[in-house]
Design a protein around this ligand. Structure first.
Ligand code: FES
Length: 114
């Protein structure tokens, strides 16, 4: 699933507000809790991205990983994921992570959990 920056207007998407724009400076990542699931939220120059925040290898904190382009590197053993869709890029993880669409409306940053 591609994660895109879209205004939150109309519709009935199940949006969950997770942060303020000012909470996550451009270039930073932040771990947020969404209904008991840890999500890694990233503010990049080309938009906002969100993937499951727990590495599928041994549970490393992906929000704390370095991001180069669209690739986040797990800080524990160097596994890599695509922050746009959660796809696995490099082992040791063997499974991808889930991705979420990010909706920014004014100062509010929400995730589409549909
Ligand atoms: S926990 Fe992420 S690569 Fe090992």
């Amino acid at each position: 699933m591609r994660v895109t920056l879209q205004p939150a207007r109309g519709g009935s998407m199940p949006l969950i507000k997770v942060a303020k724009v000012s909470d996550v400076p451009e270039g930073a990542g932040k771990a947020v809790d969404v209904g008991g699931v840890t999500v890694a939220l990233f503010h990049r120059p080309d938009g906002w991205f969100a993937i499951e925040g727990i590495c599928t290898h041994k549970g490393g904190p992906l929000a704390e990983g370095d991001v180069e382009g669209v690739t986040v590197t797990c800080p524990w053993h160097g596994g890599q994921f695509d922050i746009r869709n959660g796809n696995l890029i490099a082992p040791p993880p063997q499974r991808p992570v889930r991705a979420f669409r990010v909706v920014v409306d004014g100062e509010d940053v929400s995730l589409d959990v549909s």
